[in-house]
Design a protein around this ligand. Structure first.
Ligand SMILES: Nc1ncnc2c1ncn2[C@@H]1O[C@H](COP(=O)(O)OP(=O)(O)OP(=O)(O)O)[C@@H](O)[C@H]1O
Ligand SMILES: [Mg+2]
Length: 326
């Protein structure tokens, strides 16, 4: 245990030149959005066509950048290679609802059931996981789109990628089973109707397509050359506990962890001139830093001080980037 950074952000990215998907996660309010923003600006300055994208339903990129980026990929004015985007789940959710309604209706007709799709649609879409999975779908569209060299994702405090990837394992078992029973139903139907012609089967197409998408997503998200999750924490007990849990999950799912960014460190100062309140907080931070070194040791990538003001606008983000990539 050395209590110092062995591989910093800049070195880490240098050692991972093909990195394409960077994620910033952590507890609420720890600085995920500003770190993602600063990282995107830095990558853009290195000549990579970069998209900074928010998958947090409570978006804050537009506010951070003083630029309306909700629902539209928007180039940052005056900055080469950088665009920003807040994923609009309303559109995705409406589209998914329609897709689901169409598929359920098709299935009800197929099965000759005199039922209305609406109840099934409500049951499926009132689930809070529905918004999350709509967000995930939308994120995958971006990732598969290949429009940019690098994607920096500002994520929600919940580790949605982890949960959805975990679910995708269960999904694929389920989809396999569905596909098999669809095949059986289809051949039975053809047998009974003495019809030899192939019928269109949108449900089957959907299932097969879904399985393929999830498989592709898992390939990208578990490839350590392409993907890295960075976790942001403050030198405080709760955010440390949160990322400790995340790290374990990510490890279990084989999702590559890029490292830890410690944010909000109080700068050193003359103790004589420092108010007791600040001295106490500094002492608390020093104690939690011991835990951080103990738990995360070689994974710590940066120590970012608390700036004298909040970080808002492109110039302060660039200043943060200089610290993050010092
Ligand atoms: N090092 C810092 N110095 C000063 N202010 C900071 C620093 N890091 C973050 N902030 C400020 O703290 C607030 C929270 O940061 P940010 O929005 O990036 O957190 P977050 O983790 O994305 O929050 P949420 O979970 O709500 O999305 C913002 O007002 C930001 O400007
Ligand atoms: Mg945020």
């Amino acid at each position: 245990m050395e209590n110092q950074i062995t591989t910093n952000m800049r070195e880490y990215l240098k050692n991972h030149p093909a990195l394409k998907f960077l994620f910033f996660g952590g507890k609420g309010g720890v600085g995920k959005t500003v770190m993602a923003g600063a990282t995107a600006l830095w990558l853009a300055s290195q000549g990579k066509r970069t998209l900074l994208a928010s998958t947090n339903p409570v978006h804050s990129l537009s506010g951070l950048l003083d630029l309306e980026v909700f629902g539209h990929i928007t180039p940052l004015p005056g900055i080469d290679n950088a665009s920003a985007y807040e994923i609009d789940t309303r559109e995705t959710i409406e589209k998914s609802k329609k897709d689901i309604r169409d598929k359920i209706n098709w299935f009800l007709r197929f099965a000759d059931l005199q039922l209305k799709a609406d109840e099934f649609v409500d049951a499926a879409t009132l689930n809070p996981a529905f918004e999350e999975s709509a967000m995930f779908e939308n994120m995958l569209d971006l990732m598969f789109g290949e429009e940019f060299d690098v994607y920096v994702f500002d994520t929600a405090p919940t580790a949605n990628a982890r949960r959805l990837l975990g679910m995708s394992k269960i999904y694929s078992l389920w989809v396999d089973k569905m596909v098999r029973s669809r095949e059986e139903a289809k051949s039975l139907r053809q047998l009974l109707s003495f019809s030899k012609k192939e019928e269109a089967d949108p449900l089957m197409d959907y299932l097969v397509d879904f399985r393929e998408r999830m498989g592709h997503a898992r390939e990208l998200l578990t490839n350590p050359e392409l993907t890295s999750f960075f976790f942001v924490t403050l030198p405080e007990a709760l955010p440390i506990a949160v990322i400790t849990r995340f790290l374990k999950w990510f490890h279990d799912f084989g999702i590559p962890v890029g490292g830890i960014v410690v944010n909000g460190l109080l700068p050193e100062g003359d103790p004589e001139k420092t108010p007791e309140f600040v001295r106490n907080r500094r002492a608390m931070q020093a104690e939690h830093m011991q835990t951080i070194w103990k738990l995360f040791d070689g994974d710590v990538r940066a120590l970012v001080p608390l700036f004298e003001t909040e970080i808002q606008g492109i110039a302060p983000l660039q200043r943060l980037a200089e610290t993050l990539f010092a």
